[in-house]
Design a protein around this ligand. Structure first.
Ligand code: NAD
Length: 329
């Protein structure tokens, strides 16, 4: 529980978030909130995402309430494709936390770094709970901004011996390779078929709108964390592969509408009741992986409660460490 004790409004910058929140804090916050969602103690409210008709920007809100963590708030922001030229990241977001007892604004928290770490924590939680314990080869599909965060967090979950990777833009792979090297892991750029044949755990984190990994390429026992598909129409995985796997997700409503499962559902290959919230595995009400040969698939769509959970921890830690700016309400 991270109820913020503060008089007035806390302001936690991006820089402070980076200083106070590490991977293990994000992992615990995300694992807890997935568990709370599966118990019915935490709810995400409907997501708003709109093209604003200016600067090609997409803008929206993700919000929710976690009764067990007493976290109420909203992440507001979106995607500004022209930002790169201005030296800014294209994704921009800010998290607002409110006091659930009074509705008063408690904290404004920079959301860019927190989005990256909470997304990495999500696939990492799925690996911790669903991947085979003897997983040795980590396969990465994607080499953009998020990929290095996913790699660092995943590497902590199993005794991986190497990282293999593929990206539609191969020139982006050396950056990911440098992170693998920093982690002491050999790195190899491979073709997708080889990646499927060798990897014990695969993370997909691209902006693809068509399948990049096909069912017949994947070996039994693999765990796949699908993290890139977070919008209607996006797709990273063959729908037949989704249908062939035991499917887990952060939130079923998002999985079937904007997540990787949307295509298998609309093709009639998978039914909604075959998808399990990962929180049920965390809470011990679902066994998770039941056989070493099973293909497990985590559809990580990204929910607002993840953002609120890490923002709440950031606000608490920044306050404890005397780093949060404070203004009177
Ligand atoms: P990025 O722009 O830095 O990288 C994009 C990646 O997708 C690169 O690997 C690039 O080579 C690849 N790519 C670009 N266009 C492509 C195409 N048409 N087909 C296939 N691949 C393509 O983005 P990022 O910040 O690394 O985010 C990657 C994806 O993850 C995005 O789709 C983003 O929306 C999604 N995302 C999901 C969550 C979540 O919680 N699930 C959170 C953050 C980002």
């Amino acid at each position: 529980m991270d109820k913020i004790k503060a008089d007035g409004l806390l302001i936690i910058s991006e820089e402070i978030c980076e200083k106070v929140i590490g991977r293990s804090d994000a992992f615990k916050a995300v694992e807890n909130v997935f568990g709370a969602m599966a118990r019915g103690d935490a709810y995400n409210f409907p997501v708003i995402r709109e093209a604003i008709g200016y600067a090609d920007a997409l803008y929206g809100f993700k919000s929710g309430f976690d009764k067990s963590g007493m976290t109420l708030g909203v992440k507001s922001g979106g995607y500004w494709p022209g930002n790169m030229e201005k030296g800014l990241t294209n994704h921009q977001s800010t998290i607002f936390l409110f006091d659930p007892d009074t509705g008063q604004l408690q904290a404004l928290v920079g959301g860019n770094y927190l989005t990256a770490v909470r997304t990495a924590a999500s696939s990492s939680v799925s690996i911790a709970h669903l991947a085979r314990k003897d997983a040795k080869v980590l396969g990465m599909i994607g080499a953009g901004h998020q990929s290095t965060f996913q790699l660092r967090a995943a590497a902590e979950q199993r005794d991986f011996e190497k990282v293999i990777a593929w990206n539609p833009h191969p020139e982006m792979l050396p950056k990911l390779g440098a992170v693998a090297k920093e982690l002491g892991l050999p790195f190899e750029a491979v073709e997708r078929e080889q990646l499927g044949a060798e990897a014990d755990v695969i993370i997909t984190i691209t902006s693809a709108f068509e399948p990049l990994l096909m069912r017949d390429w994947i070996k039994p026992g693999t765990h796949i964390a699908c993290m890139g598909t977070d919008t209607k129409g996006k797709q990273e995985i063959d729908a037949a592969l989704v249908a062939n796997a035991t499917v887990f997700t952060d939130e079923i409503a998002q999985s079937i509408s904007i997540g990787e499962a949307q295509h298998a559902i609309s093709d009639g290959l998978l039914s909604e009741d075959a998808i399990t919230p990962i929180g049920a595995v965390i809470n011990g009400t679902h066994k998770g992986r039941i056989s070493p040969d099973e293909i497990t698939l985590f559809d990580g769509t990204g929910v607002g409660l993840q953002d609120l959970a890490v923002a709440s921890v950031a606000a608490r830690l920044a306050t404890e460490q005397g780093l949060a700016a404070r203004v009177a309400l």
